[in-house]
Ligand binder design. Structure first.
Ligand SMILES: Nc1ncnc2c1ncn2[C@@H]1O[C@H](COP(=O)(O)OP(=O)(O)OP(=O)(O)O)[C@@H](O)[C@H]1O
Ligand SMILES: CCCCCCCCCCCCC/C=C/[C@@H](O)[C@H](CO)NC(=O)CCCCC
Ligand SMILES: [Ca+2]
Length: 503
C-alpha cells in the first residue's frame, strides 16, 4: 500500500494523536508502534490490523514524499514516539518446546514470530528445551533482571513450567516458603508471553481470544499487560503445583491420565481418551469444602463475561492494593465460613479463567474472570451417561452447561477436597477395597463406580495426591495480553478503524 506523506512539518511529539489527525490514513495510538523506513523519500510503517475473531495481522504502509527533509522529520518524529512507549519489551528470554502439540514450536517461532520481533527491534535469547523442566530450572539460574519478559513457545504445559519457574524464583528470592499454604505470595511482575504451539492452548485462547502465533507475538510487541489469578495447590503442608486454568478431578483427570500414554498421537490423544473416559462413566465419592468468594461482584451464572478492561477485575485489583497496604494485619479469610458438600461426582472442575479453547470456545465457565481473585468450582454429580453427555455438549456450544439439576457451580476463593478412599485411610485399604467393591457391584451392575481414586488434572499435568488444599492468589502474575476484546459487530468498522496500532 502506498500513501503520500502529509505536507508541512510533522507535529511535536507531545501527543501521538496529533500525528494521526494530520495523516488521516494512520491513527497512531499513544501506546503503540515500530517503524522501518526503506528509502530517503519513501518510508513505511508496520502496524497491527485487527481482523475477525480477535486475530491480529501485521501489515505495512509505504509513504512517499518529494521532500527528503520532510521525510526525515517524520522518521525522527515516529522513532521518538516509539521510544516513549515504556511498556514495550526490548529484551526477551524465549523458551521453545520442540515437542509440544504437533511438534511445530521451533518452526512457528522461526518463521512467524522471530521476524516480527526483529522488525520491532526486540532482542532475544532463545533456549530450545532439551527435556521437561528445562525452562523451569533455567529460570532459577538466569539473570532475570536483564529481561523485560519471558516468552514460551508451546502449550499449557510449557506455560505452566515457565510460570512455576518465575513464581518459584520470585518466592525464593523473597524468602517465602511455598510449602506454607497460607504464605502471602509475592507478585511476579515480569510478564510472560505465550506463543501457542500446544495441544489445547487454553491459557492463550482464554486471554487473547484466539490461538494464533502472530496475534500473540503482536500482543507481546505492543507491550500488553494482563494480570492473572493463580491457585496454589498443597497436600499436607507440602506445595504441589500452581494452576491458572483447570484443576479437574474425575472426568478431566481420567482423560489426562489416559492421554499421557498416547502422547505420540499429538492433540488427537484428548479426543481418543475423552471418548474412552466418557464411556467408562466413573464417578468418585468425596468431600469438598470451600470458602465462597464474597469479595467479588460477579457470579458464575452472569451473562456477561470478562473482557478487556473488565470492571470486576479492576475492583479486585483495588481491593488487593488496599489489602497489601494493610499487610501485617491478621488475615480475615480464615474466619470466613466454609461450606461442605459430600457426594458422588463424575467431575469436579475448578477453573481460574473461562478455560475457553478451540474445543470449547466459550469455556468450562464462560463468566469466570481472569483477575478477580476467585475460581469457579463446578460440581457434576453422578447422573446418567446421557445427561452427562448433554452437559458436555453444552461446553462446546452456546447453551448453558450449568442448567442441570446435577450440576452446581460456586465462585470460591479457596477449597479443599478429600476422596472417600483417603478419608477411610487408616483402616486396611485392601479391606476397604473389597468391602466397597462388593457394595458398588451390587448397587451398580454396570460397575461405573471406581474403587480407586481419580487423579487431579492440574493445567494438563497430573498431581500425585487426591487430597488437596487450594487457594486463589489474586493477580499473582502478568501476561503479555489484554484479555478478550469486545467483538466489533459493525462490518464497516473492520475496514475503517483497521490501522490502529503501529509496530
Ligand atoms: N524438550 C522437551 N522434551 C520433552 N518434554 C518437554 C520438553 N520441553 C518441555 N517439555 C514438557 O512437555 C510438556 C508438554 O508440552 P506443551 O504444553 O508444550 O504441549 P502439549 O502438552 O502438547 O500442549 P497442551 O499443554 O496445550 O495440551 C510440558 O509439560 C513440558 O514440561
Ligand atoms: C465425549 C467427548 C467429550 C467431549 C468434551 C468436550 C469438552 C471440551 C472442554 C475442554 C476444556 C479444556 C480445559 C483445559 C484444560 C487445560 O488446562 C489442559 C492443559 O492443556 N488440557 C486438558 O486437560 C485437555 C482436556 C481435553 C478434554 C477433551
Ligand atoms: Ca479468576
Amino acid at each position: 500500500m502506498e500513501r503520500q506523506l502529509p505536507a508541512g512539518r510533522p507535529p511535536r511529539l507531545v501527543s501521538s494523536l496529533g500525528l494521526g489527525q494530520r495523516c488521516s490514513e494512520v491513527t497512531l495510538d499513544q501506546e503503540r508502534g515500530l517503524l522501518a523506513w526503506r528509502h530517503p523519500r519513501r518510508g513505511g510503517v508496520y502496524y497491527v490490523k485487527k481482523a475477525r475473531n480477535h486475530r491480529w495481522w501485521c501489515r505495512d504502509v509505504t509513504f512517499w514524499c518529494v521532500d527528503e527533509n520532510l521525510c526525515n522529520q517524520w522518521t525522527q518524529a515516529l522513532k521518538e514516539l516509539l521510544e516513549m512507549q515504556k511498556c514495550r519489551p526490548k529484551r526477551l528470554l524465549v523458551y521453545i518446546n520442540p515437542y509440544g502439540g504437533k511438534r511445530q514450536g521451533k518452526r512457528i517461532y522461526e518463521q512467524k514470530v522471530a521476524p516480527l520481533f526483529s522488525l520491532a527491534s526486540i532482542s532475544t535469547d532463545v533456549v530450545i528445551t532439551e527435556h521437561a523442566n528445562h525452562a523451569k530450572d533455567n529460570l532459577f539460574e538466569v539473570n532475570i533482571n536483564k529481561y523485560d519478559g519471558v516468552v514460551c513457545v508451546g502449550g499449557d504445559g510449557m506455560f505452566s513450567e515457565v510460570m512455576h519457574g518465575l513464581i518459584g524464583r520470585m518466592q525464593k528470592d523473597s524468602g517465602i516458603d511455598q510449602n506454607n499454604p497460607k504464605a502471602p505470595l509475592v507478585q511476579c511482575n515480569i510478564r510472560i508471553g505465550i506463543i501457542p504451539a500446544g495441544s489445547t492452548d487454553c491459557v492463550c485462547y482464554s486471554t487473547v481470544g484466539i490461538s494464533d502465533p502472530v496475534t500473540s507475538a503482536l500482543h507481546i510487541i505492543v507491550g500488553d499487560s494482563q494480570p492473572l489469578d493463580v491457585s496454589s495447590v498443597h497436600h499436607n503442608n507440602t506445595f504441589l503445583k500452581y494452576s491458572v486454568s483447570l484443576l479437574g478431578y474425575g472426568f478431566y483427570g481420567d482423560i489426562l491420565k489416559d492421554s499421557e500414554k498416547k502422547r505420540w498421537m499429538g492433540p488427537m490423544r484428548y479426543d481418543y481418551s475423552g471418548f474412552k473416559t466418557f464411556l467408562s462413566h466413573h464417578y468418585y465419592e468425596g468431600t469438598i469444602s470451600f470458602q465462597p468468594a464474597k469479595h467479588t461482584l460477579g457470579s458464575p451464572r452472569d451473562k456477561d463475561s470478562c473482557r478487556t478492561g473488565c470492571y470486576i477485575c479492576k475492583e479486585s485489583e483495588q481491593q488487593l492494593a488496599e489489602q497489601q497496604k494493610k499487610c501485617g494485619l491478621k488475615n480475615e479469610e480464615d474466619e470466613e465460613e466454609w461450606k461442605v458438600i459430600k457426594g458422588k461426582f463424575l467431575a469436579i472442575n475448578a477453573v481460574n479463567m473461562s478455560c475457553a479453547c478451540p474445543r470449547s470456545p466459550k469455556g468450562l465457565s464462560p463468566a469466570a474472570h481472569l483477575a478477580d481473585g476467585s475460581a469457579d468450582l463446578i460440581l457434576v454429580r453422578k447422573c446418567s451417561r446421557f445427561d452427562f453427555l448433554r452437559h458436555l455438549v453444552r461446553n462446546t456450544n452456546q447453551n448453558d452447561q450449568f442448567d442441570f439439576s446435577f450440576v452446581d457451580v460456586y465462585r470460591v476463593k479457596s477449597f479443599q477436597f478429600t476422596s472417600k478412599l483417603s478419608e477411610d485411610n487408616g483402616s486396611n485399604v485392601a479391606d476397604i477395597g473389597k468391602k466397597r467393591f462388593g457394595q458398588f457391584c451390587r448397587d451398580h451392575p454396570a460397575c461405573c463406580c471406581n474403587i480407586a481414586d481419580s487423579t487431579w488434572n492440574c493445567d494438563g499435568e497430573t498431581l500425585d495426591s487426591s487430597a488437596i488444599e487450594v487457594r486463589v492468589h489474586c493477580q499473582l502474575m502478568k501476561l503479555f495480553a489484554r484479555g478478550i476484546e469486545e467483538n466489533c459487530k459493525d462490518e464497516a468498522a473492520y475496514s475503517h478503524s483497521s490501522i490502529e496500532h503501529l509496530l
